[in-house]
Design a binder for this molecule. Structure first.
Ligand SMILES: CC(=O)SCCNC(=O)CCNC(=O)[C@H](O)C(C)(C)COP(=O)(O)OP(=O)(O)OC[C@H]1O[C@@H](n2cnc3c(N)ncnc32)[C@H](O)[C@@H]1OP(=O)(O)O
Length: 312
């Protein structure tokens, strides 16, 4: 019950005082501010509000002809409209996007103007492959922590219908002499097969007793998508899709002064490099790094799902 109460408090739009009291009392929340898990107060980076579009199936879905600037603009506009915030108050806007033509920032700046944002508000894009949207969030959080800005908008957008991931661009011919460099051009689906191969030997530890095995006939009959004897199918893959999302975050003191809601607190993030032929395994190692940043008790409250792929 205690755990449920904390989770529901975390989701409360008003950042309810009950939740905060529980958080302050909990092992993570009661720290002296000496570490990322323990710091709590006016300088917290807090989540105010977030919206997303529906998820359209690439090439065949409802957004197959919708340009990414339109998707992005819809999400950006909705966030600010919901909370009644003028875009003038945004210190920065960061957009995660992988398949970027127009030198990166063009689509985002167009979306920015389509949303009625003034030219004085800056915008830029970031590409950290599958976690680009998350990286946008932590870029804005970093700017808030360093006191460069008080409030910012973090977004992510991808049109897998209108853009192609097939073209690797111009690369050195020396690539063939370097194993790791060569692995960088392995198709995504094949890396997914390699991750499945590595994961096959893993035990699922504490969550194992919670899982009830269910085999649906249709699901088990789906054919492997990337190699004949593979295990990646349409049923266990991230879907290739078109969508956008936007999240408003800020420093707690500024957010509260503006009378905006507090949905949650951004405590920490971690990024790691992994071998390119199993790049999809990255979140497992990043979670371990967070664990090592003394966030152990947070793992009592939340189960993590890797939903960061732009195409998922
Ligand atoms: C960091 C990383 O890990 S990167 C990610 C690595 N993974 C990948 O690259 C995989 C990305 N995904 C893909 O490329 C695509 O989703 C694919 C190729 C796997 C599948 O694409 P599609 O064939 O277009 O999938 P689609 O959605 O049409 O589904 C195919 C069929 O499976 C069926 N299906 C899909 N999911 C399920 C399910 N859960 N249960 C039953 N049937 C299902 C669909 O109904 C469809 O049936 P139909 O052909 O009779 O209509």
């Amino acid at each position: 019950m205690h755990r449920l109460k904390i989770i529901s408090g975390h989701l409360s739009p008003s950042g309810s005082s009950d939740y905060r009291r529980d958080l302050w009392r909990s092992e993570c929340g009661s720290g002296s501010g000496s570490g990322p898990a323990g710091s709590s107060g006016p300088d917290d980076v807090v989540v105010v509000h977030g919206r997303r579009t529906a998820i359209g199936r690439a090439k065949r879905g409802s957004f197959k002809d919708t340009t990414p600037d339109e998707l992005l603009s819809a999400a950006m506009t909705a966030v600010l409209t919901d909370v009644g915030l003028s875009p003038n108050l945004l210190g920065d806007v960061c957009v995660g996007n992988v398949l970027q033509p127009g030198a990166g920032a063009l689509m985002a700046r167009v979306a920015h103007f389509l949303s009625g944002f003034p030219e004085t508000v800056p915008v830029y894009t970031v590409n950290r492959q599958c976690s680009s949207g998350l990286q946008a969030l932590f870029n804005i959080a970093g700017a808030i922590r360093s006191k460069s800005i008080d409030l910012g908008l973090a977004c992510g957008v991808e049109s897998m219908s209108l853009r192609s991931i097939g073209n690797p661009g111009d690369l050195s011919s020396r690539l063939v002499d370097n194993d790791k460099a060569r692995d960088c051009i392995i198709p995504m689906g094949i890396t997914s097969e390699s991750v499945a191969g590595e994961a096959a030997g893993l035990r699922y530890g504490p969550v194992r007793p919670e899982i009830v095995p269910v085999t649906t006939r249709r699901l088990s009959k789906l054919r492997p998508a990337f190699k004949p004897d593979g295990s990646t199918t349409a049923g266990n893959s991230s879907q290739v899709s078109d969508r956008a999302a936007a999240v408003l975050i800020g420093r707690r003191s500024a957010v509260e002064a503006m009378g905006l809601p507090v949905l949650g607190v951004l405590r920490a993030s971690a990024v790691v490099g992994v071998p390119p032929d199993v790049m999809g395994i990255g979140p497992a190692y990043a979670i371990l790094q967070l664990w090592n940043k003394r966030l152990r008790c947070w793992f009592n409250y939340f189960l993590f799902k890797d939903d960061s792929c732009p195409e998922s």
